[in-house]
Design a protein around this ligand. Sequence first.
Ligand code: NDP
Length: 329
Amino acid sequence: TRTPVNVTVTGAAGQIGYALLFRIASGHLLGADVPVNLRLLEITPALKAAEGVAMELDDCAFPLLRDITITDQANTAFSGTNVALLVGARPRTAGMERGDLLAANGGIFGPQGKAINDNAADDVKVLVVGNPANTNALIAQRNAPDVPAERFTAMTRLDHNRAVAQLAKKAGVTVADVKKVTIWGNHSATQYPDLFQAEIAGKAGFEAVGSDQAWVEDFFIPKVAKRGAEIIEVRGASSAASAANAALDHVHTWVNGTAAGDWTSMGIVSDGSYGVPEGIISSFPVTTKDGKFEIVQGLELSEFSRARIDASVAELVAERDEVTALGLI
Ligand code: NDP
């Protein structure tokens, strides 16, 4: 029998947490043969709600779920953690400036980075879901100097999955026929969903959507980049199940590898590839194998793609400069 893997989820009593925990406990994060211990971190006022979720987890009698810890102490939550899913964040409220948002989140992700640094298992893998995810991940990473930087990642998999679904619809194929889609840059409205490197049912991505540049610019890119707002408008609440699903996909792919002939998108610490300044956390096309990832190299970027990537990266650089000025990193 395998030793259980310790999985920490922050913001565990929230909407995404509720869509996430039951699937982790039923084997969708790491595999149907991997037992897990869950460590739920919440702010003090939400501890009771987290207890309620833990009661429901008990009531599922999941064979893979070994132990649940509920705490408002980051050091406890990250003790021996192998996989940390940082979901809880300070949402932007009306009238809040970006600087206030970054400062509030710095107060969450700085201490959590330090707690990971001091308590996590040597093989810890961190995924930041809470927004602004890329910069929150950067803050956590910079507060964890003893953890290899590549263990801190930000989620762009939901954007990636949204792009795949839109392309499959447009091309009239199944999602399994859509490969090599990339989300570049920031998980924000400036992100660049790139179909020009994609392969759709064996054709070049652009050709498969009728070589329709207007569709790409006026429909596809804004559809993917603004899908979160559209869900709020139509559903009356923000996307939670699809965000949780993407978090599972992100970690599952990181641990178990990408399929041959395909890649995925992850926000990772830039090594300077594609002119993205070293050190910022930006989304790239990556392949994964044996728990490690590599940026796909050598893609030829058109002027159109280059300009879109540069714009999103400029936003990330501005966020980095702002959290630097605030003394958060
Ligand atoms: P959700 O569970 O809906 O969202 C949590 C975070 O995920 C938000 O920052 C949200 O960003 C982000 N997110 C990323 N991608 C998506 C997406 N596609 N759709 C929706 N959200 C996305 O929020 P709740 O308010 O329901 O729950 C948050 C929980 O976190 C609360 O229980 C709160 O107590 C807790 N919390 C815990 C902390 C801790 O453990 N230390 C610290 C702060 C909060 P966005 O705001 O942009 O929608």
